[in-house]
Design a protein around this ligand. Structure first.
Ligand code: NDP
Ligand code: 2IT
Length: 449
């Protein structure tokens, strides 16, 4: 190598910045990874010869497409769709679909890049992808969502398939949307093709997929705490979001003896010091798709506060960001440090800014990075793919046991790698290096791809 590892990382990052000038989230995700992997690049000079950093930051293929659909008044509406096939070194492209007005190329690329490294950590044969649309499902009727999903599927069917690219859910995409996309895919292809995961358990879905990201996060957290001589029992938690990941993280945390005192949505948060009533939260958010203020309306012990970021000022032992990217900034991280938070584990993708991660590290707060801590969802998607290939369905208990083992293995892979590369206890460095090396070595072994 005719430059040092630090110089190689610096020059590759400069290229990423230059080539992607209007993609702040993508540049942020790459920067975060590059600041931690230097010891691995130092130990593997062949990565320089093989242009690994350049190859790992350039998606293999990106599709951007028009999605025309008709609303209930008969008006024609146009949204934009994305599918970023980031990396297929380790398996077919795999990663969710997000329907949210903020979805753009930068968001889709950061998610697909993170997904590539996350999927590598699962030790399952999965490449990395992500996609979605700037469609906003909020306030839309069920028929409008169906028509939109059918139109989305009509475009995306040509990119997806059980051995090529297998989408699933993410923000705004759950079992309802996966159902409509799947149904249209079946009509177009004429085959009952398992091209998506997150399906309903009645027609090819896996038990535990719905709970998997939240449960997996808590299994990972359990390992983190145990390694530091603690358990969840008696701890107070705040969990941002009140969607799929947040609800099942809360459910499992309470099952293990913790008290979840706050949850949020994009409008505000509820504080319920005696502990969130999960069944009520499920009914309001999953069943009735209401705003989180409805929880305080129905539960006199709970207070509702406008604005979602206030949740991080509540004194708790553990904070679990489970809503969206960049929801914890340096100020919020400092508040956590002042309040004696001992651990932050990410259920969402990139919820902590790079500055906030530094604050947490400096304050000695344990940090579980999303690409490790929230990998339970995609890992269970891989189990769904396995069951589909075998044409059978495992029980809830069997899938849950596999999920738990996978999360424990991911924790230990991160912890061991951090130690091996001179950063004991730094799970962020461990996750980034372990995922990176796996993808890098596979890339080299497959020739000039
Ligand atoms: P859901 O759509 O089920 O829920 C999202 C939750 O986050 C809602 O409470 C939503 O509030 C809130 N939220 C979304 N955007 C914002 C925003 N801009 N500001 C504040 N709050 C916001 O999504 P999921 O629970 O599936 O996803 C949550 C996070 O977890 C995402 O980062 C996702 O990428 C990540 N993730 C998801 C996995 C999965 O299997 N589903 C797997 C791994 C990671 P509101 O309703 O008001 O919009
Ligand atoms: O961010 C994620 O890991 C997901 N949204 C789940 C992806 C999947 O394919 O199950």
């Amino acid at each position: 190598m005719n430059m040092t590892a630090a110089q190689y990382l610096e020059s590759a990052l400069a290229v990423v910045k230059k080539q992607n000038p209007h993609q702040p989230e993508f540049v942020q995700a790459v920067t975060e990874v590059f600041t931690t992997i230097r010891p691995a690049v130092e130990r593997h000079p062949e990565y320089f010869e093989h242009c690994i950093l350049e190859r790992l930051t350039e998606p293999e293929r990106v599709a951007i497409f028009r999605i025309p659909w008709q609303d209930d008044r008969g008006r024609i509406r146009i949204n934009r769709g994305y599918r970023v096939r980031f990396n297929s070194a380790l398996g077919p492209y795999k990663g969710g679909l997000r329907f949210h007005p903020t979805v753009n190329l930068s968001i889709s690329k950061f998610l697909a890049f993170e997904q590539t490294l996350k999927n590598a950590l699962t030790n399952l044969p999965l490449g990395g992808a992500k996609g979605g649309s700037d469609f906003d499902p909020k306030g839309k009727s069920d028929n409008e969502v169906m028509r939109f999903c059918q139109s989305f599927s009509t475009e995306v069917y040509r990119f997806i398939g059980p051995s090529s690219d297998v989408p699933a859910g993410d923000i705004g995409v759950g079992v309802r949307e996966v159902g409509y996309i799947f149904g249209q895919h079946k009509r177009i292809t004429g085959e009952f093709e398992y091209a998506l995961t997150g399906k309903d358990v009645k027609w090819g879905g896996s038990y535990v997929r719905k709970q998997a990201t939240g449960y997996g996060l808590i299994y990972f957290l359990h390992e983190m705490l145990q390694e530091n001589g603690r358990t969840l029992d008696g701890l107070r938690l705040s969990i941002s979001g009140s969607g799929n990941v947040a609800i099942y993280a809360a459910e499992k945390a309470q099952e293990l003896g913790a008290t979840v005192v706050a949850m949020s949505d994009s409008t505000g948060y509820v504080y319920h010091p005696q502990g969130i009533r999960i069944e009520l939260m499920k009914q309001l958010k999953e069943g009735e798709r209401k705003r989180i203020s409805a929880y305080a309306d129905q539960c006199s012990e709970a207070e509702y506060h406008e604005g979602s970021s206030g949740i991080w000022a509540i004194p708790v032992d553990v904070a679990l960001p489970c809503a969206t990217q960049n929801e914890i900034d340096a100020d919020s991280a400092r508040k956590m440090a002042d309040n004696g938070v001992i651990c932050v584990a990410e259920g969402a993708n990139m919820p902590t800014t790079n500055e906030a991660i530094d604050v947490l590290h400096d304050a000695g707060i344990m940090f579980g990075p999303g690409k490790a801590a929230n990998a339970g969802g995609v890992a269970t998607s891989a189990l769904e793919m396995s069951q589909n290939s075998l044409r059978l369905q495992w029980s809830f208990a069997e899938v849950d046991a596999r999920l738990k083992t996978i999360m424990q293995n991911i924790y230990w892979l991160c912890a061991r790698t951090a130690e091996e590369y001179g950063q004991p206890g730094d799970l962020d460095t461990g996750a980034n290096i372990a995922g990176f090396i796996k993808v890098a070595d596979a890339t080299i072994e497959q020739g000039l791809v």
